[in-house]
Design a protein around this ligand. Sequence first.
Ligand code: CP
Length: 316
Amino acid sequence: MRHLLSTADLTRDDALLILDTAAELARISDRPMKKLPTLRGRTVVNLFFEDSTRTRISFEAAAKRLSADVINFSAKGSSVSKGESLKDTALTLQAMGADAVVIRHGASGAPHRLANAGWIESTVINAGDGTHEHPTQALLDAFTLRRHLRDGEGDLTGVRVTIVGDVLHSRVARSNVLLLHTLGADVTLCAPPTLLPVGVDTWPCTVSYDLDAAIADADAVMMLRVQLERMNAAYFPSAAEYSRRYGLDAQRMATLAPHTIVMHPGPMNRGMEIAADVADSERSVIVEQVSNGVSVRMAVMYLLLGGAESGIGGIA
Ligand code: CP
């Protein structure tokens, strides 16, 4: 199996294989010599049509730790700004012998198009497409949840995760709901009605509009960024009103159970969906999520490119 496009494509066993492999690779990353020769001679292209800090850097670090050659492509400063199409960009990458293409694109479905149009033979890894999916973010979130709430082993059966905020524009929310459900977690989405997508009632989760009720029993609270750059209308009366009803501040955090962790995929709007003192608190695992992203992305590339015997069964 060749691509990672959606967490919907992962069976429970696929997801556990990735998480277990990431745990093994994390142990290697703690050593002074972090590199493995696994992908020596293979070329990974980071194809980013949208801005990124965490995802792009951690894919690059992950590929380099596996000894792959890495080419970073940013749409800004490339021939895309002259109007070059995704197809012609893909054909160029194919001509350069890319073994894997890690793609972030503003259009939902762009990674599927790249994987299925027959333009390239490479493995395609979705690094975030529009408001659709961000599967490696969900995997690193599951890895972090498992470490804190299940001693790093097994699935997430019975773990209660509340995801809060701008679900409408979030690719992280969809990928997380699908993956966490596959791993047995109970997921609640909490948002104002205007920031929930049409059809959310068909997602495998509970929906709430009341943040205080939604976090009361949570084992983990995952705050989502309010994606102001994707908003072309007034989805809430004001930033202050949004923060009051859907922001996590110190007062709300004090109502959480002692073991409950606070997560955020980043980048954060400090003072809006999450207060600075919450983001920097001992409950926050936000920086650890970034570190775990390297191990999880190493595992995904290792399993997809490392040979048939290490492949992920259910990946499309
Ligand atoms: N979480 C995430 O995707 O962050 P970046 O946009 O910085 O990659």
